[in-house]
Each structure stands twice: as C-alpha cells, then as structure tokens.
Design a protein around this ligand. Structure first.
Ligand code: KG4
Ligand code: ZN
Length: 337
C-alpha cells in the first residue's frame, strides 16, 4: 500500500450490529458484521446488553476487517466511526475505540452521521445515483424523505412524527407473536398471503411527514376482538395478516414518496435503511418507478441493514473534503442529518 492511497478503517456500533470495514481509494474491500442475537428473547434491543456485546465483539471484528483486507495498521490514513444517531452506550464503545486508535497512530478521525451513511451506501457499487435524488430512508429508528444534492449535502424534506416504519414492522410482528426483529418475518409470511384480506389504516399526515403509531394500535384492537371468538385466529391467518399489514405500511411510504418526487421535480429515486430490504417494498417500488419513468436505485441486501461499509463510504467523501474531527469528539444519540 503506497503513502498516496486513502486507506480508512470504519466502525459502526450505533444499535445492535458491531461492524468494521476497510475502504481503499473509495473501494470497499470488506464489510465484517457481528449481529447480536442476545436481544431476541426480549422482543427488542436491550441497550445495556447491546453495549456489552459491542465491547466483546469490536476488537475481533476490527481484527478480521484488517486481516481480510490485507492492509497493515501502518497503512491507515484515518479512522471513521458512527457518531450518531443511535443508542448512547453502543455509540460510546465505537467512538472510544476509534478515538484511541486514531490518537495512538496519530492519524485523523472522521465522524459519520449514520443516516447520511445509509444513503451513501448507494455509492459503494454501480450504478451510483445521479444528483439530485430523493432517498426514502427507512430503518428501525428513522423514516425520512431526504433530498440529496451532493454526497455530503442532504436535506430532510419529510419524516415520521412518531414511530419509524421499521418499528411499526417489529411492533406489529410482536403482536402476532413473532420474535424480534419481526420485519423480515412479516416480509417472509407476506409472500404467501393476500394483502387485501384485512384492511388496516393508512394514516395521512400533512406535508411530507409520516405517522406509523396508528397501525400498531389498530392491529392490537383488531387482534384482541378476533381472538375473543377464535383463539387460533393468528395462526390460521398469519400470512394474510402479514401481507395486509405490509400492504398498509408500503402504501403509506409510497404516497409521500410520490408527492416528494412531484414537489421537488426529480426523476432519481433511491431507498435506503433496513426496511429497504423488504421484498414487497422493492417490488412495488420497482413497478411504480417503471410506471412513472423514475430512475430507481435499490441497495444490495448487505448494505440495507446496519454495516460499516456505508460508514467507510461516507468517510471517504469526508476525507476528500478534509472534514476531520478532533480527538475530544463525543457521541450524539440524537444527531440530526
Ligand atoms: O437500518 P437498520 O438495520 O437499523 C437501524 O438503523 O434501525 O434497520 C433495522 C430495521 C428493523 O426494524 C428490521 O425489522 C427492519 O429494518 N427490516 C425489515 C426487513 N429487514 C430488516 N423490515 C421489513 N422487511 C424486511 N425484509
Ligand atoms: Zn441504520
């Protein structure tokens, strides 16, 4: 590795995945992810357990990223990390490690906004979206419509006023008795079900904003009433329930996406974040894009959910602009885009 190469080690630890990746001159070499299964039995992420698991997993994950990329620590030009948004204890593990390593090696530190990184995951592989584009960022913690003007110039034009759509997937899945995270399971059962079997509300908020808390309550009361007359209602109708819940969630997402595209007169559309792995959303959006003549960008599955490759990609652009942090930087649980 020559001294002119830009070699960055990136670390992601905002929620329940511990991840590290190495990027050389804008090319991601690997993406090591350790998923924490400890949360499954609690039906959601337990912050204290997440921080402990990060503490345990981080060094092996970083070692694996360095080893499998073939670089040496001495080749590193900078260390990147997720500063926020995320769980404070989880972020602290990654931030402290990144600070210590950068300080010890005397190299720059690059802080990355997790939500910006989800969007920049689109620049890991071809085809890369053309600017400007609208990105629907859908994760377990956020639901945002973002106008992306440049790699590092982004504006939130709409967002959820309560739950994130991933949370709506996971919480309704929990009501159906499915383990955490329920989003991928709803996706799987929905494939066999009828999306029109049951009708769940489609909440319409003003402007380009979203609300996903209503559907959770609607599903709760609906199930409570049905279970009174048939205790096997959920098991007998699981696929149809999943398909119908997923249908409403996708409808809500796409109504505002269509409006955003119209209002901002763009033709380039992307999706990002964990929920962009949803096959129903990918399929419906694919059809919609064809019908509307949009250029649609959908990330590879491995770059939808939390990963350090996206942090590395964001860090590369920040490195090129000389956007470095000082060694006193601290995590921000509620970091704005
Ligand atoms: O982006 P992400 O990995 O973490 C956050 O930053 O939140 O997103 C995780 C979310 C979870 O709510 C999970 O249930 C959801 O993404 N998710 C899915 C699918 N895969 C992941 N939701 C629906 N269908 C999927 N296939
Ligand atoms: Zn995320």
């Amino acid at each position: 590795m020559g001294t002119n190469n830009i070699v960055i080690l990136a670390i992601e630890s905002s929620c329940d995945e511990t991840s590290a990746a190495v990027i050389v001159d804008g090319k991601v070499l690997n993406n090591i992810v350790a998923t924490q299964s400890v949360h499954e039995k609690y039906g959601g992420v337990v912050p204290e357990l997440a921080s402990r698991a990060h503490q345990e997993n981080l060094i092996p994950v970083v070692q694996e990223a360095i080893f499998s990329s073939g670089i040496k620590k001495a080749d590193l030009s900078a260390i990147a990390f997720t500063r926020g948004p995320g769980l404070m204890g989880s972020l602290l593990v990654g931030v402290s490690f990144a600070k210590a390593l950068a300080y010890a090696r005397g190299i720059p530190l690059i802080e990355v906004n997790h939500m910006q990184a989800h969007i920049l995951a689109h620049f890991i592989d071809e085809p890369k979206p053309a600017f400007p584009f609208i990105c629907l960022t859908v994760s377990g913690g956020h639901t945002q419509l973002v106008l992306v003007e440049d790699h590092l110039t982004m504006k939130v034009i709409g967002e959820t006023q309560d739950d994130a759509v991933g949370e709506a997937f996971d919480k309704t899945a929990k009501l159906l008795g499915l383990p955490y995270p329920g989003g991928p399971l709803i996706d799987r059962y929905a494939k066999e079900g009828n999306p029109k079997a049951f009708s769940f509300p489609i909440t319409r908020m003003p402007d380009l904003n979203y609300s996903f808390s209503g559907i959770k309550t609607a599903v709760l009361y609906f199930l409570r009433d049905e279970l009174k007359s048939n205790p096997n209602f959920i098991t007998e109708n699981l696929a149809d329930l999943c398909a119908s819940i997923q249908y409403s969630l996708i409808e809500m997402l796409l109504i505002k996406l269509k409006l955003a595209v119209k209002e901002h007169k763009v033709k380039n559309v992307a999706i990002a974040g964990g929920v962009s792995a949803n096959s129903g959303l990918r399929e419906t959006l694919g059809k919609l894009a064809k019908e509307k003549g949009w250029n649609l960008y959908i990330p590879k599955f491995e770059y939808c959910t939390d990963n350090a490759a996206m942090i590395a990609m964001a860090a590369h652009y920040k490195f090129l602009k000389g956007e470095f942090s000082n060694y006193e930087v601290s995590p921000l649980a509620k970091m704005k885009l």
